[in-house]
Design a protein around this ligand. Structure first.
Ligand SMILES: [Cu+2]
Length: 487
């Protein structure tokens, strides 16, 4: 039953992609050709927020489980913040932790000074200090906020917030729900396990022990029967690739990384860490339910269940998922764009290279890795340059010099057998082509490079020093990170 339905969906998705693709390799010509333009945003509100990064006790293993000391921005664990496009957010980050931190606004096109990268865009915010961020998100969509230092340890203990920028809907759905995926690395007594391991850092990453959505074990949500449900699915995990699909209802992808796309049926969508999709689901009849499932796991794993109330349903009508306006983003001039190549590989050096290319159960890997001190090691590189691990005030040279306002096409090449979700700060790029996984042409801030895949992205350069890195946290911390300088 499950297989039949998945095959039907696969067929639908393939047909939808074929109709927009225009030939192999070349994806659809525009990101959202048939959505109407978004009207200009009016004068917005000012939001004054305090993000007090501190230790707080939370029962992550259930109401009867042990207490875990998490790190969070407020008493609300994993805050979900909503603003409207045109609003201004003034956030005071107060650091009550024992180490420095900062706030990065993932996917939001912010001025470089607000990008939250210690040493590169601001001084680190040390214990007892605070920093005022002022951000006016220019684009609606689904984003998130997280630190950009000791990221596996800080987000591993919980430091994250979801940011929803409203203003992209021309038709309001009947419900708008967040499913933010993130594992916890916990021992049974509720204490944290090491967030980094040589085995993980040198290969696919160190996996959590407890799978969770919105901070807790999967739960059941109530939705209006026959209603249109906007599901904002975020992969906030440090490591894990997920492939969400919907079982028991019709569903379409309406936005990728917050950017509207011409809706296409959701078969599944492969998402590395930091990637998001917005999905519109037509809820079933009263008393029925649908499930959000991760199909990338060895066994399909239910992320959330959505139950409709018994009784009244919304009147029957055709499912029309085109509820969003088109994105309003700078588009690269492809004819005059400068082309550059970036290769994502294992770090050079016989030991790290060998370790990174071995399969997890190879006994040789253990012998190689046991000889390495993790914090002083680079396992990964971009164009053969490895970001030095640990915190260091001296910046390495940039991975490229760019000109403000000029168009660029970057060819990203994965020379490893692992997945790498590649993120560029401060820009929303267009994914032009992909050699392995078929995707419609779309805007994004993070794109998943399959093993050995080549992907072309295009963007118009905005001024600043912008981090460019893999979002598997151990990969970035162990070398697969750098920055582009746009002047
Ligand atoms: Cu990676």
């Amino acid at each position: 039953m499950l297989t039949d339905r998945r095959q039907v969906l696969k067929g639908l998705a393939a047909a939808a992609l074929a109709s927009t693709a225009g030939g192999s390799g070349l994806l659809a010509r525009t990101a959202a050709p048939d959505l109407p333009p978004r009207p200009p945003a009016g004068a917005g509100r000012v939001h004054d927020w305090i993000f007090a990064a501190a230790e707080r006790p939370v029962r992550l293993l259930g109401p009867d489980g042990p207490v875990t000391t998490v790190w969070s921005y407020s008493d609300e664990f994993l805050p979900i913040k909503r603003v409207r496009v045109g609003d201004t957010i003034r956030t005071r980050l107060e650091n009550r932790l024992g180490e420095h931190t900062a706030l990065h606004w993932h996917g939001v096109r912010v001025p470089n000074a607000m990008d939250g990268v210690p040493y590169l865009t601001q001084a680190p915010v040390t214990k007892g200090e605070s920093f005022l961020y002022e951000v006016a998100p220019p684009d609606p969509g689904t984003f998130f906020i997280h630190p950009h230092c000791n990221e596996s340890g800080q987000t591993g203990r919980g430091l994250s917030a979801v940011l929803i920028v409203e203003g992209d809907e021309r038709r309001r759905p009947d419900a708008d729900l967040v499913a933010a995926y993130k594992d916890w690395r916990l021992a049974e007594d509720g204490t944290w396990l090491p967030f980094e391991t040589p085995e993980g850092a040198s290969r696919a990453g160190t996996y959590g022990t407890v799978r969770a959505v919105n901070g807790v074990a999967p739960t059941t949500h109530r939705v209006p029967a026959g209603g249109d449900i906007r599901l904002r699915i975020l992969n906030l995990d440090a490591t894990r690739v997920i492939e969400p699909g919907i079982e028991g209802a019709e569903a379409a992808v309406i936005a990728i990384d917050g950017n509207a796309v011409t809706p296409f049926p959701l078969d599944t969508w492969r998402m590395g860490p930091a990637m998001r999709i917005d999905v519109l689901v037509r809820a079933p009849a009263p008393g029925e339910s649908f499930r959000l499932i991760d199909y990338f796991s060895a066994e399909p794993w239910t992320l959330a269940t959505y139950e409709t109330a018994k009784g009244e349903a919304r009147p029957k009508r055709a499912f029309d998922p085109a509820i969003l306006y088109a994105p309003d983003l700078p588009r690269a001039d492809l004819r005059n764009a400068q082309r550059l190549n970036y290769t994502f590989s294992a770090a050079s050096g016989a030991v790290t290279e060998a370790a990174a290319m071995l399969t997890p159960d190879d006994p040789l890997a253990k012998i190689l890795l046991d000889g390495l001190c993790v914090r002083d090691t680079s396992f990964w590189a971009i164009n053969k340059a490895s970001w030095a691990s640990g915190s260091q005030p001296q910046m390495p040279p940039p991975l490229g010099l760019f000109e403000t306002g000029r168009s660029y096409v970057l060819e990203l090449m994965n020379a490893t057998p692992h997945h790498h979700p590649i993120h560029l700060h401060g820009h929303t790029f267009e994914v032009l082509s992909a050699s392995r996984l078929k995707r419609p042409r779309h805007f994004a801030d993070t794109v998943l490079l399959q093993p050995k895949e080549r992907i072309e992205i295009a963007f118009v350069a905005a001024p600043g020093n912008w981090m460019f890195h893999c979002h598997v946290l151990e990969h970035m911390e162990y070398g697969m990170m750098g920055y582009l300088r746009v002047a």
